[in-house]
Design a binder for this molecule. Structure first.
Ligand code: ZN
Ligand code: ZN
Length: 177
C-alpha cells in the first residue's frame, strides 16, 4: 500500500518532497506526490472566508473516481478550513472514502506573529498529514500527547507531538477498508 500526496498548485511550492519523506518516516509506508492544477474546489464560505472541509473532500472524491485511485489520498491546500461546529480545523479525513485534506493556513509561524521557520512549517504539514492518513489506515485518536494520532487543539499541542506513532498506533495500522 502507498499513499498519494495531492499538492494543490496554490500550496507552498518546494515542500512536497520534504513533507512526503517525513510522512513516509512517520507511517512507515511510501507515498507519491501528485501535482494538482485542476481540482475544482467548492465549499467556500464568503462570510467565514474559509472552505468547508467536507465539501473539499467531496471534490477530492470526484478526482479519485476519475483517476481510479485506490490508495489513501491526502490533499494539501493553502485555504483555511472549517467543519460543522468547529471554528477551524487543521485537517479532516473520511476513512470510509480513503480521502483526507490538510490546510497549511494555520501552520505558518506568520499566522501567529512568530518568526518564520520553514522547518517548523514542513514538520507541521507532515505531522498533520500523517495524522489524517493515519485515520485512513484505520487509526483513531490517541491519548499519548507525543503521538502523531493525538488530536491537537492548538499549534503548541501540534508542535509538542513527535514525528512518530506510539507503539500501540504503529501496531494498529491496517489497509483502507
Ligand atoms: Zn484526527
Ligand atoms: Zn498513539
Amino acid at each position: 500500500m502507498r499513499f498519494a500526496l495531492y499538492w494543490d498548485h496554490r500550496s507552498p511550492q518546494g515542500l512536497q518532497r520534504p513533507v512526503q519523506r517525513l510522512i513516509e518516516g512517520i507511517l512507515g509506508i511510501e507515498g507519491d506526490v501528485v501535482e494538482c492544477d485542476r481540482i475544482l474546489l467548492t465549499g467556500f464560505d464568503l462570510l467565514r472566508r474559509q472552505y468547508n472541509a467536507q465539501a473539499l473532500l467531496t471534490c477530492l472524491e470526484a478526482v479519485q473516481r476519475r483517476r481510479g485511485d485506490c490508495d489513501p489520498i491526502l490533499l494539501v491546500v493553502p485555504d483555511d478550513l472549517y467543519a460543522p461546529r468547529e471554528e477551524y480545523v487543521f485537517g479532516l479525513a473520511r476513512p470510509g472514502q480513503g480521502t483526507a485534506v490538510v490546510s497549511t493556513a494555520r501552520l505558518h509561524n506568520d499566522f501567529y506573529g512568530r518568526a518564520p521557520s520553514e522547518d517548523d512549517f514542513v514538520e507541521r504539514i507532515a505531522k498533520e498529514g500523517a495524522h489524517e492518513i493515519g485515520h485512513l489506515l484505520g487509526l483513531e485518536h490517541c491519548s499519548e500527547r507525543e503521538c502523531v494520532m493525538y488530536a491537537p487543539h492548538s499549534l503548541d499541542e501540534l508542535d509538542r507531538k513527535r514525528k512518530m506513532l506510539c507503539p500501540s498506533c504503529t501496531a494498529g495500522i491496517r489497509g483502507p477498508a
